[in-house]
Write a protein of this length. Sequence first.
Length: 256
Amino acid sequence: MARRPIIAGNWKMNNNKIEAKELIDGILYGISSLDAEKMPEVIIAPTYTALWQAYDLIKNEPKIALSAQNVNPNPSGAYTGEVSLDMLADFKVKFVIIGHSERRQMFGETDEFINQKALAILNKGLIPIICCGETLEQREQGVTDAHLRTQITKAFEGISASDAKKSVIAYEPIWAIGTGKSCDAAEANRTIGEIRKVIKELYNEEVSDNIRILYGGSVKPSTIVEQMAQPEIDGGLIGGASLKADSFVDLIKGAM
Ligand code: PEP
């Protein structure tokens, strides 16, 4: 089963207008000579404030797609500080990251809210990148697989098989995010295999064979080749190493 790899850069709360332009210009320059046919699907997820500029810079570049880092599932209304799917659609945003551990831990987002977001995103024709992952404590207690099963089952509640098939999952062990300590590639592969089994149980083999599952957690140019060599790993969701054009382009090359 050939699943097209993804290299997605999650900028988090980084890059003002000038920095965002410099980074995008650097990425565009770095990928200009790459063969589009062999490239992974490249995604950047700037902050909301940089989306307009990012859209403008890449609108004629089919090699890069835009993602938002979050969305509010309601269509409009009294939700101070929030952004709707309609607003994201203005900038041709194709993906939305949801369920990131930083949002779960710092902003109290629940599995139910993440599920509401996933349903709204798919309803609007966009693609959710649904993050899941265990804490170090859960890993040490041996409950990683059970925890991921719960997160995935709840995130996909009410989602049809055809929508599940297009969705993207990012397995991000929380202890590996921003720590410089990547999960061992073979173990990440095993864990992602377990997530794929849950998807197969929830849907069927066609969905589990097609859904793309990324690894995230201190992915670097020095780790990407081994990670991409794992049969279950379909790409990376990358924070720190996506903030410099050189390293992001090296990650793209590492996935080719
Ligand atoms: C992330 O934020 O999703 C992430 C994986 O960050 P980092 O690559 O910096 O660990």
